[in-house]
Design a protein around this ligand. Sequence first.
Ligand code: T1G
Length: 706
Amino acid sequence: MSELVTLTRDGDIGVITVNNPPVNALSPGVPEGIEAALRECCADWSVKAIVLIGGGRTFIAGADIKQFAKLASGAKGIDAGMRSMFPSLEDCSKSVIAAIHGTALGGGLETALCCHYRVAVASAQVGQPEVKLGLIPGAGATQRLPRLAGLIKAAEMCAIGDPVSAAEAEQAGILDRVIEGDLLSGAIAFAREIVAQGGPPRKASDLSIPPCDPNALAVIRATVSKRTRGLMAPLKAIEAVEAASFPFAVGMQKEADIFKECLLSDQSKALIHVFFGERAVNKIPGIGKETLTLPIRQAAVVGAGTMGGGIAMNYANAGIPVFLKEATQEALDHGLAIIRKNYAATVQKGRMTAVQMEQRMGLIQPTLTYDRFAEADIVVEAIFEGMELKKQVFAELDKVTRPDAILASNTSTLDIDVIAAATSRPQQVIGHHFFSPANVMRLLEIVRGKESSPTVIATSMALAKTLNKVGVLVGNCFGFVGNRMFEPYLRESQFLVEEGARVEEVDAAMVEFGMALGPLAVADLAGLDVGWRIKNGIRHLIPQELRQPLIADRLYELGRYGQKTKAGWYRYPEGSRVAMPDPEVQQLVEESARNAGIERRVISSEEIVERIVYALINEGAKILSEGIALRAVDIDIIYIYGYGFPAYRGGPMWHADTVGIKKVHERICEFERQHGTQWSPAPLLTSLAESGKNFSDLDTEHAAAS
Ligand code: T1G
């Protein structure tokens, strides 16, 4: 046994405790330790039953994902210990009782399913989230869960991957008892009851599957297929669960075959990359657990428009009171009405009660003055995207807030240093770039100014978690990371339309690639007027020789701003947000291309995807080499959480690695030959192509150096 696993005794009950913080993953040494402890218990006649429990804050939260990343990359046999433990548990001659608190997930729940009984505290959760890693359960859950909880519950848990509560798990037959009071004492008492009952240990694998409505699986399959478009693992998980209707050994082999197929898939590699990436973005050189953070007990938002209202909702949802300031009562009332409408929609969907809605509304404190802003620990400015107005507001905030208050701008593109210079405390100024709708989108770009202090950065990163956001620290440049990359992404989309692809073909190709929405539909959603204003603000910076899109400005001039005017790249029928191709736009495109001497041609969806995605990658490489993003994975997380890039492709930079840096570089060089200098490959991309390295290698080197 190792220090990772200890064996103690409580009278005639052996207690095996796993101590592998922070989540008791089945890392090397843990399965071996459990197996050794089992052997010792079985060899000791005085031990009548065994309790398996997790030390610290949770039961076993799964196999060690790092190990599976290595297996996926070809390592052999490193899971042998784990593979040996599961049958040792189930074949143990004495009853083993799993005592669950925290989360029993993946291989953790599978460990519990190999035990003969399972008890848990009411706050515990159990689940099989492997599909979120592009995997399926690989240690018997697809075969044991159906025998305990039926095919339908097993299919739901294995294909969707969401955890279930202890109560629900008990109801389903997965848990035998929810323990009141101390878990260990309760589990030991339960063990003694089992001993008193006598008889052999109860194996889940011996149970027969309760009958179920065969149509119900078809319904789940259809639901899963719609909900997880493009993902392979969920449907594969259902296939494995269905194999539970065969003899256990046959079903286990089917699970093993499917698990291996998923493990070796690009989707699983990408999703494991994202799992660790979501955590890696919190690691900032020079900012550690010892960096002071400021308590945020009172917030304030300036501007009650779409963004300001959504930002205020984030604070209210986190239980933080927030002043919401507008210039006029009318604007304030309008903003509050939209917030109320948003909450009412959530109540309508059953995801919030009316009481909770009123509690949240009560935390939003409308105001027309700065009178109480001295109480605010943070102020988020969310007014019109104009630099002069922002500088004016920050100069005002400088006077009405405490010197230690954080002053954050929600600007989506403008220079944080210029905004900070409008105050006497630039070290307190930072960008908090929320993504619309701010109360829904998880991404928060945290834009560091050159003087933003470590405390303000660390507080912002911690606040992102409090607001249930994925906070990514980025540098200060036009558009920061996300919007700076979105410019070439949208530029190429428009060029492709001018060169011969239909609007709907461009969007369809990108949706097929896995994007939530096509780029031109996104432009209609964001507003062509917004894009025009941003572009207009930098037109003087754009070299005259650079080709510029022709159509968007024409659409703007025609008053076609997108969804908000029922017409943009698409037409939107009254009362609908369904994008309808518009012959008028097609005619405008053909006329503009003809006038510009552009010879139109049929363009394949493969070229559409390459031109648009490689434009992202090329700009991302520039951003990385300028240090605007700390790591390539930060860019991936930004595009997955802020722009709907498919997580099963790992983000734009991971996708480049998957396609192959050399191939991406060759195609970009080809595009440069065809379309000119705006396709000049980023020097970093050229250097990687020449050295045979990729973006993941760079991140590994960055991690080693910091
Ligand atoms: N393996 C390795 N490391 C893990 C891990 C795991 N399973 N789970 C968490 N970590 C690390 C994480 O990277 C972070 O590291 C630290 O622990 C704290 O995590 C055979 C094949 C359990 C709900 O998918 O959902 O079993 O950043 O910040 O917010 O069928 O962690 O500190 O260096 O997330 O309190 C299935 C994944 C695996 C569960 C806790 N299990 N983990 O959340 O902490 S595959 C999972 C989580 C499998 C079998 C298959 C969450 C959590 P660092 P954290 P948290």
